[in-house]
Design a protein around this ligand. Structure first.
Ligand SMILES: Nc1ncnc2c1ncn2[C@@H]1O[C@H](COP(=O)(O)OP(=O)(O)OP(=O)(O)O)[C@@H](O)[C@H]1O
Ligand SMILES: [Mg+2]
Length: 305
């Protein structure tokens, strides 16, 4: 994921600078009045209030959870405003779908569905026909920041940091309280797994909310379809693939920088991809693939010495 540079540092530098200026100004004034303190005089105390000591400060010094940090600095991950939050969520999931399909040598087919669930609230479902995700990995991938398969390798992919989809899920949970819902299947002979998760921001750990903390298997056929519908998600019955559903506070807008535009451009830039998109008004866009071949796989290269 591409990170937005932080906006706060320049402000802080400016504030610090002006404090320093004040300090200089006070010293200058004191010196011109001939009231400079003797070098060995005790430093003046501002008030009688008990001040912090190294020991009391030590009591407050501890690790800062990465997820707590990003929950407070969401602009760093592309969640600056409700319009961008929707775009970032869709983009993180679509990027992952395309990365996973290409890595597995599968011609990607991706389904995107955005539904309105309330005022400024949307449910976003993104599914692919990729390799799927093994059951044990699902909680960490969607419920823990800085967990992924692309960070340590030396080849190009859309994602890298292991933060994208878990950040989108965290944003959803923080703004609506609804868990991230995942359906994933790794083969025709295996059942699909269903998880409802939320990220524990204090500990940067997934909390599994369904199936006694272990997710559940989805039955094949009619029973499975009913189960999925009851849980407010959709699942296109593929032999392997992943669907992530996130409900979030957002704003849907057409035009420049919109989800519609992003998906159209993704279809154009990736002719090997078939894309289906249903917008919040129920309008369906289908972008069938124009090429039956995957692009050449990126090669691993050693870093510059
Ligand atoms: N749809 C999917 N199918 C298969 N594997 C997936 C899918 N989505 C995510 N993953 C796996 O989960 C990992 C974490 O995804 P995440 O989006 O959090 O990070 P990333 O894509 O590695 O990097 P970035 O933070 O830049 O997006 C990925 O590295 C990939 O291994
Ligand atoms: Mg990603």
């Amino acid at each position: 994921m591409k990170r937005t540079p932080a906006k706060s540092p320049p402000v802080r530098t400016a504030a610090k600078k002006s404090k320093e200026d004040d300090h200089v100004a006070v010293v200058d004034e004191a010196e011109t009045n001939g009231e400079a303190h003797a070098a060995d005089a005790p430093a003046p105390r501002a008030s009688t209030k008990r001040r912090a000591t190294a020991e009391t400060m030590a009591a407050g010094q501890r690790d800062i959870s990465v997820s707590e940090f990003f929950a407070k600095n969401r602009h760093l991950l592309g969640f600056d405003n409700p319009r961008k939050a929707l775009l970032t969520t869709v983009k993180e999931a679509v990027d992952n779908s395309l990365d996973a399909c290409e890595e597995a040598g599968i011609l990607p087919e991706v389904w995107v569905h955005i539904e309105t669930t309330g005022e400024n609230r949307y449910k976003v479902g993104i599914q692919d026909n990729g390799p799927g995700i093994v059951k044990a990995q699902i909680p960490n991938i969607f419920g823990k920041l800085l967990y992924g398969s692309k960070f340590h390798r030396l080849r190009m992919s859309r994602g890298q940091q292991g933060i994208g989809i878990s950040a989108a899920g965290m944003y959803g949970v923080l703004t609506t309280g609804k868990p991230v819902k995942i359906v994933s299947r790794i083969g025709a002979k295996k059942p699909a797994h269903y998880f409802e998760l939320q990220i524990d921001t204090k500990r940067n750990k997934p909390e599994i909310l369904n199936g006694k903390g272990d997710g559940v298997d989805i039955d094949a056929g009619e029973a499975g379809a009913k189960f999925i519908e009851k849980h407010g998600v959709e699942w296109i019955d593929v032999a392997h693939g992943t669907r992530v559903t996130i409900e979030l506070e957002a704003k849907y807008q057409r035009g420049r920088g919109s989800v519609d535009e992003y998906l159209e451009q993704t279809a154009i830039a990736n002719p090997h991809v078939t894309l289906h998109y249903q917008d919040p008004d129920g309008k369906v866009y289908d972008y069938p693939r124009a090429a039956e071949q995957l692009p050449p796989e990126p090669k691993e290269i050693l870093p510059h010495p």
